[in-house]
Design a protein. Structure first.
Length: 268
C-alpha cells in the first residue's frame, strides 16, 4: 500500500498536527481491554514522531488518561481521554466534571446489574461513561444495547454510541471532534493542518472536525462508509506513514533517533 502512503504524504502539506485514536489504530484490538499488546517499537516511534512534529501530536481516545499512561508511559504527547471529557496538555491535566463522573458511576452500576450472568459480555466503567463489550459473544449485541438504553433512562446528558462489538455511553458534550478543535487553538497545534486517524464510528467526529479545519481523516481497517478522506488497510501501514513523516521533517536528529531506536527495539 505504498501508493496510499504516498498519496496521504502528498496531501500532508506544510506543517501538520497528528491526532490519533489508540485501540484499533495504534494497537490491535484485543478480546479484553486489558489484553492489548503494545508493539515494542511503538513507544520510540511515537516519541520520535512527537519530536519531528515539534510536539503537535495528540492521542484522542475513549479510554481514560490513566489507561493510556499504563500502555504508553513517560510520553509527552497531548492526551484526550473519555472521548474528550478529560484531557492533558503540556503536563497540565483537566479532570472531567464531577457530576458526569457521578452519573457515569450510576449508569455503570445499573447496566452491570442488568447484565449480571450474561457470559461473554463485559461492562467497562470509565471516568465519564461505560462501555459494554460483546466481542466474546457477538450474538448478544442486542441484549447489551438494550441494557445500556435502560441504564441511561433519566440521564439526559448522556447518550449511547455503537462501535466494533461494543456499545458505549458517553456525555453528549464530549466527542473527538470537540477534542481536536480545542487543541487546534493552542500551541503547538495552532496554524497546522489537522490529520485525524481512527478506525471506528466514534472517530467520525474527529474526521469531520479535521476536514472542517483544513485537514483530513485517515480510517484504518476494512472499507466502510466514512467521512475520512483516506484509508489504510492496517496498523503496519499507518506506521509506515508515521516513519515517512519523520523522514520528511528537516529534523535529521529525530529521523536518526527513530531509525536507531526502532532497530534496537527489534533486536531486543
Amino acid at each position: 500500500m505504498q501508493n496510499a502512503v504516498s498519496a496521504i504524504l502528498s496531501a500532508s502539506s506544510g506543517p501538520v498536527a497528528i491526532f490519533t485514536d489508540f485501540d484499533g489504530t495504534l494497537v490491535e484490538i484485543a478480546s479484553h481491554p486489558d489484553a492489548v499488546v503494545v508493539p515494542e517499537d511503538l513507544p520510540i516511534r511515537i516519541r520520535t514522531l512527537y519530536a519531528a512534529l515539534d510536539g503537535a501530536l495528540a492521542v484522542v481516545t475513549g479510554r481514560s488518561i490513566a489507561a493510556i499512561d499504563g500502555f504508553l508511559p513517560s510520553q509527552a504527547f497531548s492526551l484526550t481521554g473519555s472521548h474528550g471529557a478529560e484531557y492533558r496538555h503540556n503536563g497540565e491535566q483537566q479532570a472531567p466534571e464531577s457530576h458526569l463522573v457521578d452519573d457515569a458511576r450510576t449508569i455503570a452500576d445499573r447496566v452491570s446489574d442488568s447484565l449480571h450472568g450474561e457470559n461473554g459480555v463485559l461492562v467497562e466503567p470509565k471516568p465519564t461513561g461505560v462501555a459494554v463489550h460483546y466481542r466474546a459473544a457477538p450474538e448478544k449485541g442486542a441484549i447489551a444495547s438494550a441494557a445500556l438504553a435502560r441504564a441511561l433512562d433519566g440521564f439526559p446528558d448522556f447518550h449511547a454510541i455503537n462501535g466494533k462489538k461494543v456499545v458505549e455511553a458517553r456525555p453528549k458534550s464530549a466527542n473527538k471532534g470537540v477534542a481536536l478543535s480545542r487543541l487546534m487553538q493552542v500551541n503547538p497545534f495552532v496554524g497546522r493542518m489537522p490529520i485525524f486517524i481512527g478506525d471506528d464510528v466514534t472517530d467520525e467526529d474527529g474526521f469531520a472536525a479535521a476536514e472542517r479545519l483544513g485537514g483530513f481523516g485517515i480510517r484504518i481497517g476494512e472499507e466502510s462508509e466514512t467521512l475520512a478522506r483516506f484509508s489504510l488497510p492496517d496498523i503496519a501501514t499507518l506506521y509506515s506513514y508515521f516513519d515517512a513523516l519523520i523522514e520528511r521533517e528537516p529534523n535529521n536528529t529525530a529521523s536518526n533517533f527513530a531509525d536507531q531506536g526502532i532497530q534496537e527495539s527489534r533486536i531486543r
